[in-house]
Design a protein around this ligand. Sequence first.
Ligand SMILES: Cc1cc2nc3c(=O)[nH]c(=O)nc-3n(C[C@H](O)[C@H](O)[C@H](O)COP(=O)(O)OP(=O)(O)OC[C@H]3O[C@@H](n4cnc5c(N)ncnc54)[C@H](O)[C@@H]3O)c2cc1C
Length: 369
Amino acid sequence: MSDPFATEERRRLRELTRAFVGREVLPHLDDWERAGEVPRALHRRAAGIGLLGIGFPEEIGGSGGDLLDSIVVTEELILAGGSSGLVAALFTHGIALPHIVATGRGELIERFVRPTLAGERIGCLAITEPDGGSDVAGVRTKAVEDGDDYVVNGTKTFITSGARADFATTAVQTRDGFRLLVADGGFRVTRRLDKMGWHCSDTAELAFVDVRVPRGHVVGGFAELMTHFASERLSLAVQAYAIAERCLALTLAWVRDRHTFGRPLASRQLVRHRLAEMARQVEVAKTYVRHVAVRVASGERLVTEVAMAKNTAVATCDHVVDQAVQLHGGLGYVRDAEVERHYRDARIMGIGGGTTEIMNEIIAKQLGV
Ligand SMILES: Cc1cc2nc3c(=O)[nH]c(=O)nc-3n(C[C@H](O)[C@H](O)[C@H](O)COP(=O)(O)OP(=O)(O)OC[C@H]3O[C@@H](n4cnc5c(N)ncnc54)[C@H](O)[C@@H]3O)c2cc1C
């Protein structure tokens, strides 16, 4: 069977992404990690070569392609030496825009989608609140009708790209229940959050105080949010196995090079077996996540399998980054080593986009318990 991830077109997309990382990211990533954000100019550069628009139709300013093309880009941003933090910061529109796109409404496309895919605007997805993130339906931010507008009041937290965002696709409670609406500014950044990892990705707490949002900016309800969770969870699953694959490659190079007691580390059976186990887990996670992604891309609506894919990739990632740091010895614990960054970045994978426990709840429900 031919591999849909290895077509000529996707090979070229992989090369384009790798070249972008080498040219635009690697010389600056350490600075962005210290600054706590990536510059807006990076969005424009990524848009300029069509990367930002992958997975969005050309009619609305995208570059075309589907979920599998987005996966190729995500994989390569990490495998080429970038990071999952970079993916989170530069591709936040992957979670902020789909609900807007799905409405098909021209005014919203022109105002939010087209300029974002051109790298001119930055959007975020604001669901989580200080009182809880797992219980998505329980959000408390209120939107009260007033003439042609909603007036929004509430607090959101842990919002990726929230500190830089021009607009926020926001979960609120209205008189008619849970809704997603797009606030075009008006919210305030009350705190930038310092994190364990993902340092180049800004994360913020946002306050909505009497923010007016036109009624026409409602882009869906709970069902729409759940539909688009599938691609966010798959993206996190891809990031998780890509981190693991990158750490495996870095560790393989290291154990060949590093000598202890007069021999390369790679010659020790214990080390070789650890590497074999890391490689096995990467292969299994990658194969399964890609398999689920192919089914989703072909139109199947999978919830349980996506949850299983995320948990499988996260378990692999957790194991592999831990082993990678261990096999690097002291170097694995210092900022000079790329595996150190991946180790910290990896910890969010089982928390963001629905925690490992929430994925298990989804799976258990399917089992009828
Ligand atoms: C770096 C970062 C970026 C993020 N980006 C965004 C973003 O862009 N937009 C956004 O809206 N949110 C974002 N989040 C929030 C993220 O989605 C939430 O942190 C996550 O959904 C968990 O919610 P919570 O933190 O409120 O934990 P809680 O819901 O309070 O859960 C705490 C713990 O209890 C467990 N738990 C909860 N309920 C159950 C249950 N029923 N059974 C068993 N265990 C349970 C959870 O699994 C978890 O281990 C981000 C978070 C981080 C850290």
